[in-house]
Design a protein around this ligand. Sequence first.
Ligand SMILES: [Zn+2]
Ligand SMILES: [Zn+2]
Length: 462
Amino acid sequence: MDRELALTLVDAGRMPVLAALLDAGTAVPFASPPAVLVGASWPTIWTGLAAGDHGRAAPEVLLPGTYDVVRWRPEHIGGTALWHQAARAGKRYVVVDVPHSVVGADAAGVEVVDWGSHDRETGRFSAWPDGLADELLQRFGPHPVESCDALVRDDGASALEAALLDGIERRVELATALLAEQEWDFAWIVFSESHCAGHHLWNADPAARESLLRVYEALDHALGALREELDGDDQLLVLLSHGIGPHHDGTHLLGEVLRRLDDAWARAGAWTRTAERVRRRLRRPASRPDGWVRTLDGSRSFFRAPNSAPYGAVRLNVHGREPRGRIAPGEQYEACLGWLTHELRTLANPAGPTPAVRRVLRTSDLHEGPALAWLPDLFVEWETDAPIEALESPTIGRVTGTYTGLRTGDHRSGGLLVTPGPATSAPEASDAEVDATVVARAIATSLGLELEPPGHVAPRFP
Ligand SMILES: [Zn+2]
Ligand SMILES: [Zn+2]
Protein backbone atom coordinates (compact mmCIF):
# COMPACT_ATOMS: atom_id res chain seq x y z
CA MET A 1 0.00 0.00 0.00
CA ASP A 2 1.42 3.34 -1.04
CA ARG A 3 2.33 5.59 1.88
CA GLU A 4 1.50 8.91 0.22
CA LEU A 5 -1.89 7.73 -1.03
CA ALA A 6 -2.76 6.19 2.35
CA LEU A 7 -1.83 9.37 4.21
CA THR A 8 -3.89 11.43 1.77
CA LEU A 9 -6.87 9.20 2.52
CA VAL A 10 -6.20 9.46 6.26
CA ASP A 11 -6.28 13.26 5.94
CA ALA A 12 -9.53 13.05 3.98
CA GLY A 13 -11.13 10.91 6.70
CA ARG A 14 -11.37 7.89 4.38
CA MET A 15 -9.09 5.58 6.38
CA PRO A 16 -10.31 6.07 9.94
CA VAL A 17 -8.75 2.90 11.40
CA LEU A 18 -5.27 3.76 10.17
CA ALA A 19 -5.87 7.34 11.34
CA ALA A 20 -6.63 6.10 14.87
CA LEU A 21 -3.52 3.89 14.90
CA LEU A 22 -1.39 6.81 13.75
CA ASP A 23 -2.85 8.94 16.51
CA ALA A 24 -2.17 6.38 19.22
CA GLY A 25 1.11 4.95 17.93
CA THR A 26 4.23 5.87 16.03
CA ALA A 27 4.73 5.82 12.29
CA VAL A 28 8.20 5.32 10.84
CA PRO A 29 8.93 5.48 7.10
CA PHE A 30 9.84 2.02 5.80
CA ALA A 31 12.53 1.76 3.11
CA SER A 32 12.52 -1.17 0.71
CA PRO A 33 15.85 -2.98 0.15
CA PRO A 34 17.75 -0.80 -2.35
CA ALA A 35 17.29 -1.59 -6.08
CA VAL A 36 15.68 -4.98 -5.39
CA LEU A 37 12.71 -3.45 -3.55
CA VAL A 38 9.74 -5.75 -3.28
CA GLY A 39 11.78 -8.68 -4.66
CA ALA A 40 13.77 -8.96 -1.45
CA SER A 41 11.61 -7.11 1.02
CA TRP A 42 9.29 -9.89 2.18
CA PRO A 43 11.93 -12.62 2.47
CA THR A 44 13.96 -10.17 4.57
CA ILE A 45 11.01 -9.41 6.81
CA TRP A 46 10.28 -13.11 7.36
CA THR A 47 13.88 -14.29 7.80
CA GLY A 48 15.50 -11.22 9.33
CA LEU A 49 18.27 -11.53 6.73
CA ALA A 50 19.30 -9.04 4.06
CA ALA A 51 19.12 -9.84 0.32
CA GLY A 52 22.86 -10.60 0.24
CA ASP A 53 22.21 -13.36 2.77
CA HIS A 54 18.93 -14.92 1.67
CA GLY A 55 19.57 -14.49 -2.09
CA ARG A 56 16.07 -13.61 -3.35
CA ALA A 57 15.93 -10.48 -5.46
CA ALA A 58 13.32 -11.30 -8.09
CA PRO A 59 10.87 -13.92 -9.37
CA GLU A 60 13.68 -15.25 -11.57
CA VAL A 61 17.36 -15.72 -10.83
CA LEU A 62 20.51 -16.48 -12.80
CA LEU A 63 21.64 -19.76 -11.28
CA PRO A 64 25.21 -19.07 -10.07
CA GLY A 65 27.87 -20.93 -12.04
CA THR A 66 25.60 -21.30 -15.09
CA TYR A 67 23.91 -19.21 -17.77
CA ASP A 68 20.51 -20.60 -16.85
CA VAL A 69 17.79 -18.26 -15.65
CA VAL A 70 15.37 -20.20 -13.48
CA ARG A 71 12.18 -19.34 -11.63
CA TRP A 72 12.82 -18.64 -7.98
CA ARG A 73 11.08 -21.04 -5.66
CA PRO A 74 10.51 -20.33 -1.98
CA GLU A 75 12.48 -23.45 -1.02
CA HIS A 76 15.63 -21.78 -2.35
CA ILE A 77 15.73 -19.12 0.33
CA GLY A 78 18.92 -18.81 2.36
CA GLY A 79 17.22 -18.49 5.72
CA THR A 80 14.55 -19.85 8.03
CA ALA A 81 11.09 -18.36 8.38
CA LEU A 82 10.72 -16.40 11.57
CA TRP A 83 7.67 -18.47 12.54
CA HIS A 84 9.62 -21.72 12.23
CA GLN A 85 12.30 -20.20 14.46
CA ALA A 86 9.56 -19.11 16.87
CA ALA A 87 8.05 -22.60 16.85
CA ARG A 88 11.35 -24.08 18.04
CA ALA A 89 11.04 -21.74 21.02
CA GLY A 90 7.58 -23.15 21.70
CA LYS A 91 5.57 -20.28 20.19
CA ARG A 92 2.30 -20.90 18.37
CA TYR A 93 1.42 -18.92 15.30
CA VAL A 94 -1.07 -18.14 12.53
CA VAL A 95 0.50 -17.05 9.24
CA VAL A 96 -1.62 -16.11 6.22
CA ASP A 97 -0.26 -15.45 2.73
CA VAL A 98 3.15 -14.07 3.66
CA PRO A 99 4.64 -13.43 0.20
CA HIS A 100 7.20 -15.90 -1.14
CA SER A 101 6.86 -18.22 1.84
CA VAL A 102 6.19 -21.95 1.66
CA VAL A 103 4.65 -24.42 4.07
CA GLY A 104 7.82 -25.69 5.68
CA ALA A 105 8.87 -29.24 6.51
CA ASP A 106 9.08 -28.04 10.11
CA ALA A 107 5.63 -26.42 10.14
CA ALA A 108 4.24 -26.37 13.65
CA GLY A 109 1.49 -23.77 13.61
CA VAL A 110 -1.19 -22.62 11.20
CA GLU A 111 0.27 -21.76 7.81
CA VAL A 112 -1.73 -20.56 4.83
CA VAL A 113 0.31 -20.07 1.66
CA ASP A 114 -0.88 -18.63 -1.66
CA TRP A 115 -4.58 -18.67 -0.90
CA GLY A 116 -4.80 -15.22 -2.43
CA SER A 117 -1.27 -13.85 -2.86
CA HIS A 118 -0.42 -11.56 -5.74
CA ASP A 119 2.60 -13.63 -6.86
CA ARG A 120 1.70 -17.25 -6.16
CA GLU A 121 5.25 -18.45 -6.20
CA THR A 122 4.42 -21.95 -5.00
CA GLY A 123 1.85 -22.17 -7.83
CA ARG A 124 -0.89 -23.54 -5.59
CA PHE A 125 -2.78 -22.90 -2.39
CA SER A 126 -1.46 -24.97 0.49
CA ALA A 127 -1.86 -24.93 4.24
CA TRP A 128 -0.75 -26.70 7.37
CA PRO A 129 -1.94 -28.70 9.30
CA ASP A 130 -3.11 -31.34 6.83
CA GLY A 131 -6.72 -30.87 5.86
CA LEU A 132 -6.79 -27.15 6.65
CA ALA A 133 -6.58 -26.12 2.98
CA ASP A 134 -9.71 -28.10 2.11
CA GLU A 135 -11.52 -26.82 5.17
CA LEU A 136 -10.71 -23.19 4.32
CA LEU A 137 -11.82 -23.66 0.72
CA GLN A 138 -15.10 -25.11 1.92
CA ARG A 139 -15.76 -22.34 4.40
CA PHE A 140 -14.44 -19.28 2.55
CA GLY A 141 -14.00 -20.41 -1.05
CA PRO A 142 -11.03 -19.60 -3.23
CA HIS A 143 -9.75 -16.04 -3.44
CA PRO A 144 -11.66 -14.46 -6.37
CA VAL A 145 -8.43 -13.15 -7.94
CA GLU A 146 -6.25 -16.00 -9.08
CA SER A 147 -4.10 -13.78 -11.28
CA CYS A 148 -4.74 -10.05 -11.37
CA ASP A 149 -3.01 -9.80 -14.76
CA ALA A 150 -5.32 -12.40 -16.34
CA LEU A 151 -8.42 -10.93 -14.74
CA VAL A 152 -7.70 -7.41 -15.95
CA ARG A 153 -6.84 -8.68 -19.43
CA ASP A 154 -10.03 -10.74 -19.75
CA ASP A 155 -12.60 -8.70 -17.82
CA GLY A 156 -11.24 -5.18 -17.34
CA ALA A 157 -10.35 -2.93 -14.43
CA SER A 158 -13.78 -2.61 -12.84
CA ALA A 159 -14.11 -6.41 -12.68
CA LEU A 160 -10.74 -6.49 -10.96
CA GLU A 161 -11.86 -3.90 -8.43
CA ALA A 162 -15.00 -5.90 -7.62
CA ALA A 163 -13.01 -9.12 -7.25
CA LEU A 164 -10.42 -7.44 -5.01
CA LEU A 165 -13.14 -6.02 -2.76
CA ASP A 166 -14.72 -9.47 -2.54
CA GLY A 167 -11.28 -10.97 -1.84
CA ILE A 168 -10.67 -8.53 1.01
CA GLU A 169 -14.00 -9.50 2.62
CA ARG A 170 -13.28 -13.22 2.30
CA ARG A 171 -9.76 -12.74 3.64
CA VAL A 172 -11.13 -10.94 6.69
CA GLU A 173 -13.56 -13.81 7.30
CA LEU A 174 -10.80 -16.39 6.89
CA ALA A 175 -8.31 -14.51 9.07
CA THR A 176 -10.74 -13.59 11.85
CA ALA A 177 -11.90 -17.23 11.99
CA LEU A 178 -8.30 -18.44 12.35
CA LEU A 179 -7.52 -15.78 14.96
CA ALA A 180 -10.62 -16.69 16.97
CA GLU A 181 -10.36 -20.48 16.68
CA GLN A 182 -6.62 -21.13 16.89
CA GLU A 183 -4.12 -20.79 19.72
CA TRP A 184 -1.44 -18.28 18.81
CA ASP A 185 1.29 -16.12 20.31
CA PHE A 186 1.99 -14.50 17.00
CA ALA A 187 -0.18 -13.89 13.94
CA TRP A 188 0.78 -12.52 10.58
CA ILE A 189 -1.94 -11.65 8.07
CA VAL A 190 -0.91 -10.20 4.71
CA PHE A 191 -3.33 -8.47 2.35
CA SER A 192 -1.99 -8.38 -1.19
CA GLU A 193 -5.07 -6.77 -2.74
CA SER A 194 -3.40 -3.33 -2.59
CA HIS A 195 -0.47 -4.76 -4.58
CA CYS A 196 -2.74 -6.02 -7.39
CA ALA A 197 -4.70 -2.75 -7.29
CA GLY A 198 -1.47 -0.74 -7.48
CA HIS A 199 -0.32 -2.57 -10.61
CA HIS A 200 -3.63 -2.28 -12.45
CA LEU A 201 -5.64 0.63 -11.06
CA TRP A 202 -2.79 3.10 -10.90
CA ASN A 203 -3.69 5.35 -13.74
CA ALA A 204 -3.93 9.01 -14.64
CA ASP A 205 -7.61 8.31 -15.33
CA PRO A 206 -9.58 9.62 -12.30
CA ALA A 207 -12.08 6.71 -12.44
CA ALA A 208 -9.28 4.16 -12.12
CA ARG A 209 -7.68 6.18 -9.35
CA GLU A 210 -10.97 6.17 -7.44
CA SER A 211 -11.07 2.35 -7.86
CA LEU A 212 -7.64 2.14 -6.28
CA LEU A 213 -8.75 4.37 -3.39
CA ARG A 214 -11.83 2.22 -2.76
CA VAL A 215 -9.57 -0.81 -2.39
CA TYR A 216 -7.51 1.15 0.17
CA GLU A 217 -10.70 2.10 2.05
CA ALA A 218 -11.76 -1.55 2.13
CA LEU A 219 -8.36 -2.52 3.51
CA ASP A 220 -8.74 0.07 6.26
CA HIS A 221 -12.10 -1.45 7.12
CA ALA A 222 -10.46 -4.92 7.13
CA LEU A 223 -7.78 -3.69 9.52
CA GLY A 224 -10.54 -2.53 11.85
CA ALA A 225 -12.19 -5.96 11.73
CA LEU A 226 -8.93 -7.74 12.54
CA ARG A 227 -8.23 -5.35 15.40
CA GLU A 228 -11.52 -6.44 16.96
CA GLU A 229 -10.00 -9.92 17.38
CA LEU A 230 -7.13 -8.62 19.51
CA ASP A 231 -6.99 -8.57 23.28
CA GLY A 232 -5.87 -5.57 25.30
CA ASP A 233 -2.30 -6.80 25.75
CA ASP A 234 -1.78 -7.83 22.09
CA GLN A 235 0.63 -5.67 20.13
CA LEU A 236 -0.49 -4.62 16.65
CA LEU A 237 2.18 -3.82 14.08
CA VAL A 238 0.97 -2.51 10.71
CA LEU A 239 3.26 -2.42 7.70
CA LEU A 240 2.53 -0.74 4.38
CA SER A 241 5.31 -2.58 2.57
CA HIS A 242 6.02 -0.43 -0.49
CA GLY A 243 4.76 2.36 -2.67
CA ILE A 244 3.35 2.42 -6.16
CA GLY A 245 3.95 4.80 -9.05
CA PRO A 246 3.65 5.00 -12.84
CA HIS A 247 4.93 2.04 -14.86
CA HIS A 248 7.55 4.02 -16.74
CA ASP A 249 10.84 2.26 -17.18
CA GLY A 250 13.14 1.16 -19.95
CA THR A 251 13.79 -2.40 -18.78
CA HIS A 252 11.95 -3.79 -21.85
CA LEU A 253 14.66 -2.14 -24.00
CA LEU A 254 17.63 -3.06 -21.80
CA GLY A 255 18.40 -6.42 -23.44
CA GLU A 256 18.83 -4.85 -26.87
CA VAL A 257 20.75 -1.87 -25.43
CA LEU A 258 23.19 -4.27 -23.75
CA ARG A 259 23.58 -6.35 -26.94
CA ARG A 260 24.61 -3.23 -28.84
CA LEU A 261 26.89 -2.10 -26.04
CA ASP A 262 28.46 -5.57 -26.00
CA ASP A 263 29.16 -5.29 -29.73
CA ALA A 264 30.91 -1.99 -29.03
CA TRP A 265 32.83 -3.23 -25.98
CA ALA A 266 34.44 -6.37 -27.40
CA ARG A 267 32.25 -8.53 -29.55
CA ALA A 268 33.29 -12.16 -29.44
CA GLY A 269 34.85 -13.60 -32.61
CA ALA A 270 32.75 -15.52 -35.12
CA TRP A 271 34.06 -18.89 -33.90
CA THR A 272 33.15 -18.20 -30.24
CA ARG A 273 29.69 -17.03 -31.23
CA THR A 274 29.07 -20.07 -33.42
CA ALA A 275 30.34 -22.45 -30.74
CA GLU A 276 27.98 -20.85 -28.21
CA ARG A 277 25.03 -21.15 -30.58
CA VAL A 278 25.78 -24.78 -31.31
CA ARG A 279 26.23 -25.55 -27.63
CA ARG A 280 22.82 -24.10 -26.85
CA ARG A 281 21.11 -25.82 -29.75
CA LEU A 282 22.50 -29.24 -28.90
CA ARG A 283 21.69 -29.02 -25.22
CA ARG A 284 19.19 -31.65 -24.20
CA PRO A 285 16.09 -30.31 -22.43
CA ALA A 286 16.63 -33.01 -19.78
CA SER A 287 19.85 -31.27 -18.71
CA ARG A 288 18.02 -28.06 -17.87
CA PRO A 289 17.65 -27.27 -14.18
CA ASP A 290 14.28 -27.25 -12.42
CA GLY A 291 12.24 -24.13 -13.19
CA TRP A 292 14.34 -23.32 -16.27
CA VAL A 293 13.21 -20.18 -18.11
CA ARG A 294 15.99 -19.39 -20.60
CA THR A 295 19.73 -19.67 -21.12
CA LEU A 296 21.81 -16.53 -21.56
CA ASP A 297 24.35 -16.14 -24.34
CA GLY A 298 27.73 -17.08 -22.85
CA SER A 299 29.60 -15.44 -25.76
CA ARG A 300 28.59 -12.03 -24.42
CA SER A 301 30.61 -9.96 -21.95
CA PHE A 302 27.45 -8.90 -20.11
CA PHE A 303 23.71 -9.39 -20.31
CA ARG A 304 20.44 -8.34 -18.84
CA ALA A 305 19.87 -10.11 -15.54
CA PRO A 306 16.56 -10.82 -13.82
CA ASN A 307 15.43 -8.28 -11.25
CA SER A 308 12.27 -6.93 -9.69
CA ALA A 309 10.71 -3.98 -11.48
CA PRO A 310 11.25 -1.12 -11.91
CA TYR A 311 15.06 -1.46 -11.70
CA GLY A 312 16.88 -2.98 -14.66
CA ALA A 313 19.85 -5.21 -13.91
CA VAL A 314 23.09 -6.21 -15.60
CA ARG A 315 25.28 -9.23 -14.97
CA LEU A 316 28.86 -9.41 -16.23
CA ASN A 317 30.20 -12.65 -17.70
CA VAL A 318 33.14 -12.99 -15.34
CA HIS A 319 35.99 -15.43 -15.78
CA GLY A 320 36.02 -17.93 -12.91
CA ARG A 321 32.46 -17.08 -11.85
CA GLU A 322 30.58 -17.87 -15.05
CA PRO A 323 31.41 -21.03 -17.06
CA ARG A 324 32.83 -19.19 -20.10
CA GLY A 325 33.65 -15.86 -18.52
CA ARG A 326 34.91 -13.10 -20.80
CA ILE A 327 35.71 -10.39 -18.26
CA ALA A 328 38.74 -10.91 -16.02
CA PRO A 329 38.09 -10.17 -12.34
CA GLY A 330 39.91 -7.12 -10.97
CA GLU A 331 41.03 -4.41 -13.34
CA GLN A 332 38.99 -5.48 -16.38
CA TYR A 333 35.87 -6.02 -14.28
CA GLU A 334 36.24 -2.52 -12.84
CA ALA A 335 36.87 -1.02 -16.28
CA CYS A 336 33.80 -2.74 -17.71
CA LEU A 337 31.56 -1.59 -14.83
CA GLY A 338 32.86 1.96 -15.24
CA TRP A 339 32.32 1.94 -19.01
CA LEU A 340 28.83 0.45 -18.72
CA THR A 341 27.89 2.99 -16.08
CA HIS A 342 29.00 5.80 -18.35
CA GLU A 343 27.23 4.37 -21.40
CA LEU A 344 23.96 3.71 -19.57
CA ARG A 345 24.02 7.20 -18.08
CA THR A 346 24.43 8.58 -21.61
CA LEU A 347 21.14 7.04 -22.83
CA ALA A 348 18.60 9.63 -23.87
CA ASN A 349 14.82 9.25 -23.97
CA PRO A 350 13.82 11.32 -27.04
CA ALA A 351 10.31 11.85 -25.62
CA GLY A 352 11.15 12.43 -21.99
CA PRO A 353 13.68 13.63 -19.45
CA THR A 354 17.31 13.01 -20.34
CA PRO A 355 19.33 11.14 -19.26
CA ALA A 356 16.82 8.31 -19.20
CA VAL A 357 18.82 6.63 -16.47
CA ARG A 358 18.83 8.42 -13.14
CA ARG A 359 21.53 6.29 -11.54
CA VAL A 360 23.57 3.19 -12.22
CA LEU A 361 24.17 1.41 -8.93
CA ARG A 362 26.80 -1.17 -8.09
CA THR A 363 25.38 -4.11 -6.21
CA SER A 364 28.49 -4.34 -4.03
CA ASP A 365 27.85 -0.76 -2.84
CA LEU A 366 24.29 -1.64 -1.78
CA HIS A 367 24.39 -5.23 -0.62
CA GLU A 368 26.80 -7.59 1.08
CA GLY A 369 26.78 -11.17 2.18
CA PRO A 370 27.39 -14.72 0.99
CA ALA A 371 24.48 -14.64 -1.49
CA LEU A 372 25.90 -11.70 -3.45
CA ALA A 373 26.74 -14.10 -6.33
CA TRP A 374 22.98 -14.61 -6.77
CA LEU A 375 22.45 -10.92 -7.46
CA PRO A 376 23.29 -8.86 -10.58
CA ASP A 377 26.43 -6.68 -10.76
CA LEU A 378 24.68 -3.42 -11.67
CA PHE A 379 21.24 -1.94 -11.23
CA VAL A 380 19.73 0.60 -13.61
CA GLU A 381 17.46 3.17 -12.00
CA TRP A 382 15.24 4.68 -14.68
CA GLU A 383 13.87 8.19 -14.84
CA THR A 384 10.17 7.40 -14.41
CA ASP A 385 8.60 10.79 -15.17
CA ALA A 386 7.62 9.76 -18.70
CA PRO A 387 7.21 6.50 -20.65
CA ILE A 388 10.41 5.22 -22.24
CA GLU A 389 9.66 4.02 -25.77
CA ALA A 390 13.06 4.74 -27.27
CA LEU A 391 16.62 5.05 -26.04
CA GLU A 392 19.51 6.53 -27.96
CA SER A 393 23.19 7.29 -27.62
CA PRO A 394 26.17 7.70 -29.93
CA THR A 395 27.27 4.12 -29.13
CA ILE A 396 23.97 2.24 -29.57
CA GLY A 397 22.16 4.46 -32.07
CA ARG A 398 18.45 4.19 -31.39
CA VAL A 399 16.53 1.31 -29.80
CA THR A 400 12.74 1.46 -29.84
CA GLY A 401 9.95 -0.57 -28.33
CA THR A 402 6.78 0.00 -26.35
CA TYR A 403 6.10 -1.69 -23.04
CA THR A 404 3.40 -4.20 -23.93
CA GLY A 405 2.53 -5.42 -20.45
CA LEU A 406 -0.81 -4.73 -18.80
CA ARG A 407 0.42 -2.99 -15.71
CA THR A 408 -0.11 0.74 -15.39
CA GLY A 409 1.50 1.00 -11.96
CA ASP A 410 4.78 -0.26 -10.62
CA HIS A 411 6.62 -0.58 -7.33
CA ARG A 412 8.60 2.14 -5.71
CA SER A 413 10.24 2.41 -2.34
CA GLY A 414 8.28 4.10 0.40
CA GLY A 415 6.27 2.17 2.95
CA LEU A 416 5.24 2.88 6.49
CA LEU A 417 5.61 0.95 9.73
CA VAL A 418 3.07 1.77 12.40
CA THR A 419 3.97 0.55 15.86
CA PRO A 420 1.89 0.78 19.00
CA GLY A 421 2.66 3.34 21.65
CA PRO A 422 4.78 6.46 21.60
CA ALA A 423 8.11 6.77 19.80
CA THR A 424 10.11 5.37 22.74
CA SER A 425 8.73 1.87 22.10
CA ALA A 426 9.27 1.96 18.33
CA PRO A 427 12.00 -0.27 16.90
CA GLU A 428 15.34 1.47 17.05
CA ALA A 429 16.06 3.29 13.82
CA SER A 430 19.50 4.46 12.74
CA ASP A 431 17.99 7.53 11.09
CA ALA A 432 14.62 8.59 9.77
CA GLU A 433 13.76 5.30 8.01
CA VAL A 434 13.64 1.67 9.04
CA ASP A 435 14.42 -1.23 6.74
CA ALA A 436 13.05 -4.74 6.48
CA THR A 437 15.58 -6.25 8.91
CA VAL A 438 14.35 -3.82 11.57
CA VAL A 439 10.78 -5.07 11.11
CA ALA A 440 11.94 -8.68 11.51
CA ARG A 441 13.91 -7.78 14.65
CA ALA A 442 10.93 -5.88 16.09
CA ILE A 443 8.73 -8.97 15.67
CA ALA A 444 11.45 -11.26 17.07
CA THR A 445 12.00 -8.97 20.06
CA SER A 446 8.31 -8.91 20.89
CA LEU A 447 8.43 -12.74 20.92
CA GLY A 448 11.61 -12.82 23.03
CA LEU A 449 13.30 -14.58 20.12
CA GLU A 450 16.91 -14.35 18.98
CA LEU A 451 16.98 -14.55 15.18
CA GLU A 452 19.22 -17.01 13.35
CA PRO A 453 22.46 -15.29 12.23
CA PRO A 454 23.33 -14.78 8.53
CA GLY A 455 25.00 -17.73 6.85
CA HIS A 456 23.22 -20.33 8.97
CA VAL A 457 21.35 -21.47 5.85
CA ALA A 458 22.69 -20.75 2.35
CA PRO A 459 20.44 -20.24 -0.70
CA ARG A 460 20.25 -23.51 -2.52
CA PHE A 461 18.85 -25.25 -5.56
CA PRO A 462 17.83 -28.78 -4.63
ZN1 LIG B 1 -1.88 -9.31 -8.36
ZN1 LIG C 1 4.41 -6.24 -7.98
